[in-house]
Design a protein around this ligand. Sequence first.
Ligand code: CDT
Length: 308
Amino acid sequence: MRMITLAAAQMGPIQRAEEREIVVRRMLALMDEAKGKGCDLIVYPELALTTFFPRWYMTDPTEVDRWFEREMPNDAVRPLFERAASYRMAMSFGYAELTPDGHHYNTAILTDRSGKIIGKYRKIHLPGHSEFDPERTHQHLEKRYFEPGDLGFPVWRELGGIIGMAVCNDRRWPETYRVMGLQGVEMVLIGYNTPSVNAQKGAEGPEKRLFHNRLSVQAGAYQNACWVVAVAKAGNEDGFPMIGGSMIVNPDGEIVAEAKTEHDELLIHACDLDDTLFGKQTIFDFARHRRIEHYGLITSRTGAIPPP
Ligand code: CDT
């Protein structure tokens, strides 16, 4: 057995006016609870330190950059790093990253038990649009504020296993999991902020959105024989509702823990990384069964081109 006691730290809403220091206090409370339950790893959502600011249309670059972190850790989040280190707990969370040379990414990091950042992922599948769209019931301006990630889908040897990360919309794309699966990933950490209603299709409400959430995450876990933890920032941010539904999914694709609220809520599961072995050695033994000679279109074509 290779056990990781995993905490999925769902977070309730963060209002636009809320400062990072207040949010970090909530994250610390979740971390304290995780420590009390013996957790090795705590996973927080995408853009965990602020409201989901890409719903706001901004034209002033200075106003935009206020939502970004210029260094990690910085003063606001240092207490998280210090407490995680004192608890010997690894940690992952998402934030908006502004690099020294001016690049903007939707980023997630992974720390080891000493609080050192050992992994960084920058969101690759950016959803939404880049200009104000009056046709939508709400804006989703990730393509305006972020560049597509430039680090690929790396994995890291940590906590006795092989761990990867993805961010929100990435979880809907099979390529995300498969690229990590081809590096032997055993646990994928994903944070998300998902509006409860489709801005372009009002009939697509929270039930359907929770269904798509489960469908994507469970399929990713099963088809790559790995654990997946998906962690929401949930609830109503300044009048804009987001789904909860955080979950921990085993390598059979089964949900073993699921959030019941849209608030700060901890899900805990003792995950045995050896549970990935059966799938990886049988039906999803990639080396024996994959047929790459037929997969060329996956990397040579972006959009669908139907036959004439
Ligand atoms: N944050 C994020 O990526 N949210 C998207 C919403 C898509 S609707 C434009 C998601 O896939 O959940």
